[in-house]
Design a protein around this ligand. Structure first.
Ligand SMILES: CC(C)(COP(=O)(O)OP(=O)(O)OC[C@H]1O[C@@H](n2cnc3c(N)ncnc32)[C@H](O)[C@@H]1OP(=O)(O)O)[C@@H](O)C(=O)NCCC(=O)NCCS
Length: 169
């Protein structure tokens, strides 16, 4: 029986596996090694990989950012802005045979606990390819504005900017 996969913090050594999974599961919205390496460097407390023994079968990447100002696809951040007022769930993907059983809900809750512990009161994300219905189940709601709709065009016509309040749960 294969090992039960477990989430652990992501390290720079995991970047090639993360980029491989991004390419496999996010198609045109996949990002490359440099993007993930930067996120891990800037916010190691928000980045995790799902490890089954030595194999990486999923990743979850999040970091502080500015509400309603999601970074563009492939955009390097440089630094976490001092004005960050939101926890950004940047990206997640899990191999099909490791999905289910709340595996992503669990790591999302863990990351949002980190956010709360740092004083953040809102989380945000961009849902692509119809995944907004999935994120709705995790408590996120559509908060797309007209201005954001234009900004999100690189993420596809069906991209949805979503937010979730962190206080009070
Ligand atoms: C999104 C993802 C991480 C979810 O993994 P998971 O939490 O283990 O998901 P599950 O397989 O347990 O699915 C949970 C439920 O959400 C639904 N769901 C999963 N992915 C979905 C999606 N992209 N859009 C709509 N519904 C989705 C499932 O059908 C399932 O519904 P059910 O409870 O009614 O059966 C995984 O599907 C994945 O890696 N997808 C490819 C990458 C991706 O789309 N990332 C998110 C981009 S915003």
């Amino acid at each position: 029986m294969p090992d039960q996969p477990l989430w652990r913090p992501a390290f720079l050594a995991d970047v090639a596996d993360i980029a491989r999974l991004s390419k496999a599961h996010l198609g045109p919205y996949a990002e490359g090694d440099a993007i993930f390496a930067e996120r891990i460097r800037l916010a190691p407390e928000g980045c995790f990989v799902l490890a089954r023994g030595p194999a990486i079968v999923g990743y979850f990447c999040s970091h502080p950012w500015m509400r309603k100002k999601p970074p563009a696809l492939h955009e390097m951040l440089g630094e976490i802005p001092a004005a960050s007022d939101c926890w950004y769930v940047h990206d997640v993907a899990v191999d099909a045979d490791a999905r289910g059983g709340g595996v992503v809900a669990n790591i999302c809750a863990r990351a949002l606990d980190v956010a709360r512990s740092k004083g953040f009161r809102t989380a945000m994300l961009i849902a692509v390819s119809g995944a907004d219905s999935y994120w709705k189940k995790l408590g996120f709601i559509d908060a797309t504005t007209e201005a954001l709709r234009l900004k999100l065009k690189d993420y596809g016509d069906d991209a949805v900017y979503m937010e979730r309040a962190l206080s009070g749960d």
